[in-house]
Design a protein around this ligand. Structure first.
Ligand code: ADP
Ligand code: MG
Length: 452
């Protein structure tokens, strides 16, 4: 194996992982050597090495084998001595625990998740303000609003936005000292500093950063001395014109156990909330996540209507939605099947039960009859002409999609039909959705009306 083989690996990876991921993770690697089937690469720190090994290890080996180079294993060596703290360069298999910020590996921040970038953040009505404010801060052109306070319920993207700011800033201003950490970590650092009598070091460190981001600040509510120290750090940075970004699960004024002076200071800048996701945003996020998963699961097909179903039914938080998708993909790839409504119902039964929206089959029948201008009694009747049969099938499909009723139960609601009739209707509409945009539109309209 030569540098040239490595060059080809890089070329292929650049195409498959995208320019940005490539620049961040692959470009900094260097080829060191191949010995007895073990490929050694140089990485700027062990976090990068761990991450590449976990996410692209197999792909790298596969590309090499296509190039007729036999490599069975990948190891990384840290090539910039001193940049990697005390961790041995040889042990890179574990989860990354090193504190790394992109600009300066010595800062005491938490590791940034490489998936949490602005590119992967889907913008919709519920989060557009928060997103715009985060973008502005990430431009790094003067302090726009200080602090930027982001709040909202769990899983709505606060942490994602903060990481995105850190990534973006580090790309735009490579020298900037950006610290991202949770309020809990802030407290931990503070307690350590007290214990080891290093308050001076602690203060110097936190007061020397250009951008400080503290996630989940509600955590320090009721913790008086930590609050106090946070307040002083906060003031010192604001006085020096450094940017601060804070997140919490609720508005500053509503955090019980937080001193009033802190509450009021937190409101000096811009306070924006992330609203609960709506159907459109969830659908957008699903589509984006699928694109991202494609690398790992090429060739998995998703039946029409499945994403809409998930976006409709799983509205609790984005993390649950992501978990559902990951499970579906894993399952579909194991059994080598298309992701159909049946698979969804089998594989996500627990999640679906937990977020049951309680639309009833009778409601569906009424709405469908209304929409197609037929009588409910027609839908329940045995008449088979198309003007009635098609709405009936749409109704059955919606019942399958929007309720957790079984096929026989749905059949009973539709004038005592057999479960095979319902199954046939679901399959039929699924197939039609793939080719007929009118039916798609009808179903979307009905779904919305039922959701409202
Ligand atoms: P929070 O910090 O508000 O609890 P996170 O930022 O951890 O939420 O988000 C939870 C998960 O949902 C993450 O994997 C994140 O990438 C994803 N997520 C949330 N909102 C969006 C969005 N608008 N676009 C893409 N992914 C999102
Ligand atoms: Mg969070």
């Amino acid at each position: 194996m030569t540098e040239e083989n490595w060059g080809r690996v890089c070329g292929e990876l650049q195409r498959s992982v995208g320019r940005e991921t490539f620049a961040r993770w692959i470009a900094p690697l260097e080829y060191i050597g191949l010995d007895a089937g073990v490929l050694t690469l140089g990485a700027p720190n062990s976090f990068v090495g761990d991450w590449v090994a976990r996410n692209f290890g197999d792909e790298i080996l596969a590309i090499l084998s296509r190039d007729r180079v036999r490599a069975d294993r990948l190891t990384f060596r840290v090539t910039k001595p001193g940049a990697d703290g005390a961790r041995p360069a040889t042990n890179m298999a574990g989860t990354p625990t090193v504190a790394v910020t992109p600009a300066d590996p010595d800062l005491p921040g938490a590791p940034l998740d490489p998936r949490f970038t602005f590119e992967s953040f889907v913008v919709g009505k519920p989060n557009e303000l928060a997103h715009a404010a985060a973008r502005r801060v990430a431009e790094g052109t003067g302090v726009a609003f200080n602090p930027l306070f982001l709040y909202g319920g769990v899983g709505l993207g606060k942490t994602h936005l903060m990481h995105a700011i850190a990534w973006e800033l580090s790309a735009r201003k490579p020298g900037a000292r950006v610290i991202y950490l949770s309020a809990e970590q802030f407290m931990y650092r503070f307690v350590q500093a007290l214990r080891f009598r290093d308050m001076i070091g602690f203060k110097e460190l936190f007061r020397s950063v250009d951008v400080l981001m503290v996630d989940d600040v509600q955590f320090i509510a009721g913790k008086d001395s930590t609050q106090d120290e946070f307040f002083h750090t906060f003031n010192a940075l604001i006085d020096q014109g450094r940017q601060i970004v804070i997140s919490a699960d609720r508005a500053p004024g509503e955090i019980d156990g937080l001193e009033d002076r802190i509450k009021s200071r937190l409101q000096w800048g811009l306070v924006v909330d992330l609203h609960p996701t709506d159907y459109e945003l969830r659908l957008g996020i699903l589509q984006q996540k699928i694109e991202a998963q494609r690398v790992h699961y090429p060739g998995i097909a998703i039946a029409p209507g499945v994403l809409e179903f998930l976006a409709h039914r799983i509205s609790s938080n984005v993390r649950v939605l992501e978990g559902a998708l990951t499970r579906l993909f894993a399952f579909a790839s194991l059994v080598g099947r298309e992701v159909t409504m049946d698979l969804v119902q089998d594989c996500l039964a627990d999640i679906l039960r937990a977020s049951d929206r309680k639309v009833t089959v009778d409601e569906i029948i009424r709405k469908v009859a209304d929409h197609y201008n037929v009588r409910v009694s027609d839908i329940l009747s045995q008449r088979r002409n198309r003007a009635i049969a098609r709405p009936r099938q749409v109704g059955m499909y919606l019942a399958k999609m929007l309720t957790s009723k079984s096929l026989p139960e749905i059949g009973r609601h539709f004038g005592g039909r057999d479960h095979t009739t319902v199954l046939y209707a679901v399959r039929k509409i699924e197939a039609l959705r793939a080719v007929d945009s009118q039916i798609n539109e009808d179903i979307e309209l009905l779904r919305r009306a039922l959701e409202a």
